[in-house]
Design a protein around this ligand. Structure first.
Ligand SMILES: *Cc1c(COP(=O)(O)O)cnc(C)c1O
Length: 397
């Protein structure tokens, strides 16, 4: 079956009492057993029966199985947020004295997690330029526990060569862990590019229009013991499993993911081309523009689409604030890949708690606006951006 068909038609492991066509939402904390032996088997993992919804729930399992079929993964585990998927993954592969090799170019909370939170538990971070394999090679040592990256960094839009990083990871016996939130797994195969473990904020493309917060860990079975540890240790001891109601919404989101993604990515590409013609915009950064430095690499890795996130440079923080304040149609909000187009000034919001110096090191510029392009008509989006970015005018502050 083709992916889009699979995304729609995944069978339930068992029929429910009423033969519901949608997977029912099993809102229950616990499950009852017929006898002590079956109960013991369930608790010790000898049979695949749910015992407690902190670690297993049929509605969540159904969502995980859909993702498993679509990616060909060995194990898929759904979490209560993208950050829960990321933090649980690090806690499974790292230990005091170990280090994570990654870059400063990444989502603000992930950077804070690796540089501040994990360091309190003795896990170090080795920062390097992930687009330079020589630097990555030099950053890895005997205590490295993984190489971690975002496939298109948020918000710098940097793309590293996954096959080159995978070659280093294989040679040194390390897992390559990639945050693939920016391009859906229905579009490309991270496994074929050598990624061992994918982490995804399913809040974004998957949730079907910003319905809910969620995360996924997609394990390709190449890192010994990882999937088992996630299920038997992390879910039990840290308790960040997805809830059944969220799994229900995100299952519906997954069914329409491909259709939504196609329109959003094409809108983003068309908008990026047209925004470059506006004199009030100094620069448009979008990986799908043919003269973008990562264009060829991104096409090779992710195929013809480049996602629906782009940034525009308006020259100054003041111009960005004025732009945000003047927007009429585009919404002032964080989040990515909602059905609605969203705008945010990353430096003063997501990266606001960092110092100016840290922001400079992370290449989070004061003069950029991040846009997440939605499903609206591109003409209307362009018109709103044109009026908001125009110099002067009555709304000028
Ligand atoms: C949003 C995001 C996250 C965090 O996901 P949540 O679901 O908000 O916890 C992690 N990585 C990237 C690239 C993101 O865009």
């Amino acid at each position: 079956m083709k992916k889009q068909t699979q995304a729609i038609h995944t069978w339930f492991p068992r029929r429910d009492a009423y033969q519901a066509l949608s997977m029912p939402v099993y809102h229950t904390a616990a499950y009852e057993f017929d006898d002590a032996a079956v109960m013991a088997d369930a608790f010790c993992g000898r049979i695949d029966a749910p015992d407690y919804s902190r670690v297993m729930n049929p509605t969540v399992t159904y969502f995980e199985n859909k993702v498993k079929q679509l990616t060909g993964a060995a194990e898929v585990i759904a979490f209560s947020s993208g950050m829960a998927a990321i933090s649980n993954t690090f806690l499974a592969v790292a230990a005091a004295g170990k280090n994570i090799v990654t870059s400063r170019h990444m989502f603000g909370n992930t950077y804070a997690l690796v540089s501040a939170t994990l360091s309190r538990f003795g896990v170090q971070v080795h920062l390097c330029d992930l687009t330079d394999p020589g630097q990555v090679e030099a950053a890895v040592d005997v205590d490295t526990c993984c190489i971690y990256l975002e496939i298109i960094t948020n918000p710098q839009l940097e793309v590293a060569d996954l096959s080159a990083l995978s070659a280093i990871a294989r040679r040194r016996g390390l897992p390559l862990i990639a945050d693939t939130t920016l391009i859906p797994f229905t579009e490309f195969s991270a496994r074929e590019l050598g990624v061992d473990i994918e982490v995804v904020s399913s809040t974004k493309y998957l949730s079907g229009g910003a319905t809910s917060i969620g995360g996924l860990v997609i394990d390709y079975g190449t890192c010994p013991g990882f999937g088992k540890r996630m299920r038997t240790e992390m879910l039990l001891n840290l308790g960040a499993y997805m809830t059944p109601h969220v799994a229900y919404m995100q299952t519906l989101g997954l069914e329409t993911l491909d259709a939504r993604y196609r329109v959003q990515a094409s809108n983003a590409a068309r908008l990026a081309e047209r925004l470059r013609l506006l004199p009030s915009i100094r620069q448009v950064n979008y990986v799908g523009l043919p003269d973008n430095p990562y264009y060829d690499l991104a096409r090779r890795q992710f195929g013809p689409t480049a996602g629906a996130m782009l940034t525009i440079d308006l020259g100054s923080r003041e111009a960005c604030f004025r732009f945000i304040n003047r927007l009429q149609l585009i919404r002032r909000a964080t989040n990515l890949f909602d059905n609605k187009t969203l705008a945010i000034h990353p430096a003063s919001t997501i990266f606001g708690p960092f110092s100016e110096n840290q922001r400079r090191q992370m290449d989070v510029s004061e003069s950029i606006i991040r846009l997440s392009v939605g499903l609206e008509d591109v003409d209307d989006l362009l018109e709103d951006i044109r009026q908001a970015a125009a110099p002067g005018g009555p709304a000028d502050v």
